[in-house]
Design a protein around this ligand. Structure first.
Ligand code: SF4
Length: 74
């Protein structure tokens, strides 16, 4: 079973999900996100500042293992 972590922003009406079985902690999402939404904790990406998200979808595109799902990024 996938180990899906989920974060929601009530103010933005968005959800970000990260599959921690797929996440390798390489930090591509941390590097590409223009508003510092992510950080790596214990080798996995977590969402720290979802309310900063500008819904650019760079994190979804950059993730080498397709571990990130974003409600605004099909
Ligand atoms: S969609 Fe853009 S702003 Fe939002 S978390 Fe991903 S990279 Fe950061």
């Amino acid at each position: 079973m996938a180990n899906i972590k989920k974060w929601t922003s009530a103010s933005l009406g968005i959800t970000i999900e990260i599959d921690h079985d797929k996440c390798t902690g390489e930090g591509e999402c941390v590097r590409v996100c223009p508003t510092s939404v992510y950080k790596i904790v214990n080798g996995k990406s977590v969402v720290e500042n979802i309310d900063n998200c500008i819904q650019c979808c760079a994190c979804v595109v950059a993730c080498p293992t397709q571990a990130i799902k974003h409600s605004s990024c099909g």
